[in-house]
Write a protein that binds this ligand. Structure first.
Ligand SMILES: [Zn+2]
Length: 347
């Protein structure tokens, strides 16, 4: 099969589009012929090399996969899986038996991993996955496979952040930093669907204009207005927002805490500007803030969010579709941060 291999972590040039053996399935796996694989920021981190992450070399990136079942392992006992079935893939790999898995909190699993990060992923024509990770796309859905591939990781992450961790309520005010990225755009749609009023930030007025079309009530250009938390305060009648959704980390940490109302919640799923930030403890206790960490989501949460996608209540936003052979170009676009929505590759 054709695949994009990483023999060594590092720059974009290390991504090699070449031939590789088609994976064999174990009795509990299915083989998926990949139609589309969406990029995530995670792909950039893994490509550059994550310290301590011990991977089988060559590694294959790609967490968000949609395709068609072409082979089913002899011991697979999942009734809704057939050959030719179109599926979207749950990128989470978990044991199913640890104390967290039995509570349905799969992303807390003691051995939790993500396809494309801890295991070989979907920058390829085929992938072998545990049968339970293949989620059938209902016949009633009008979604194309390129759109389906753009859903799992970002939508499940945003759902877990807003619904499960921050417990968003109808009518609350939400601040989402860095609109344009996949998680931020998913969070915008989920917040609006839950009846929130949403303020978004970006350094690009073009992205802010587009965000308004997807429901953003307020927009702030943080390059023109670096003290965006002050703007948030005046937009909310000096109250501050109930919830901040962030994945920037270091650069936004204290400003986000200042943008919150008393008793507000800051939920973070990443640190694209750096992982080490100073916390003003006076702010934390005086305002009685909740700082919430969030990673991926459970299968139930992914199912919940997929139902909303199949019903057209949430829509994956696609920036560009490219052939898998143009993977280097795709990484360049993502690295420059110019995208609004997902970049999808097709083998
Ligand atoms: Zn587990």
């Amino acid at each position: 099969m054709k695949a994009v291999l990483l023999h060594e972590f590092g720059e974009i040039e290390n991504l090699q589009y070449t031939d590789f053996q088609t994976p064999d399935i174990t009795p509990n796996q299915v083989l998926v012929k990949i139609n589309a694989v969406a990029l995530n920021h995670l792909d950039l981190f893994v490509r550059k090399g994550i310290p301590g992450l011990n991977l089988e070399i060559p590694h294959i990136l790609g967490s968000d996969i949609a395709g068609e079942i072409v082979e089913i392992g002899s011991e697979v006992n999942v009734s809704n899986i057939q050959v030719n079935q179109q599926v979207v893939v749950d990128p989470g790999i978990y044991c199913g038996v640890c104390e967290f898995c039995v509570q349905g909190q799969h992303s807390l699993c003691n051995t939790y991993g993500i396809l494309g990060e801890h295991k070989r992923g979907g920058y390829a024509e085929y992938i072998a996955i545990p049968a339970e990770n293949a989620i059938p796309i209902p016949d009633t859905s009008s979604l194309e496979l390129v759109q389906a591939a753009a859903v799992p990781l970002t939508f499940m992450t945003a759902y877990h952040m807003l619904v499960t961790r921050a417990k968003l309520k109808v009518g609350e005010d939400v601040l989402i930093t860095g609109i344009g990225g996949g998680v931020a755009l998913a969070a915008l749609q989920i917040a609006k669907l839950n009846g929130a009023r949403v303020c978004v930030t970006s350094s690009s007025n073009e992205k802010l204009d587009k965000a308004r079309k997807f429901g953003a009530d307020f927009t702030i250009n943080y390059q023109e207005n670096p003290d965006y938390h002050k703007e948030v305060f005046s937009l909310t009648n000096k109250r501050g927002v109930d919830v901040v959704v962030d994945s920037a980390g270091q650069a936004t940490w204290e400003k986000n805490m200042r943008a919150l109302r008393k008793g507000g919640r800051l939920v973070t799923c990443g640190a694209t500007t750096g992982p080490i930030a100073k916390t003003n403890i006076n702010l934390l206790f005086w305002k009685q803030l909740d700082l919430l960490g969030s990673t991926m989501a459970s299968r139930q949460e992914l199912n919940n969010v997929l139902r909303l996608v199949w019903n057209n209540q949430l829509k994956p936003i696609i920036h560009q579709v490219l052939p898998l052979s143009e993977v280097q170009k795709a990484h360049k676009i993502l690295e420059e941060g110019k995208q609004f929505g997902k970049i999808v590759l097709q083998p």
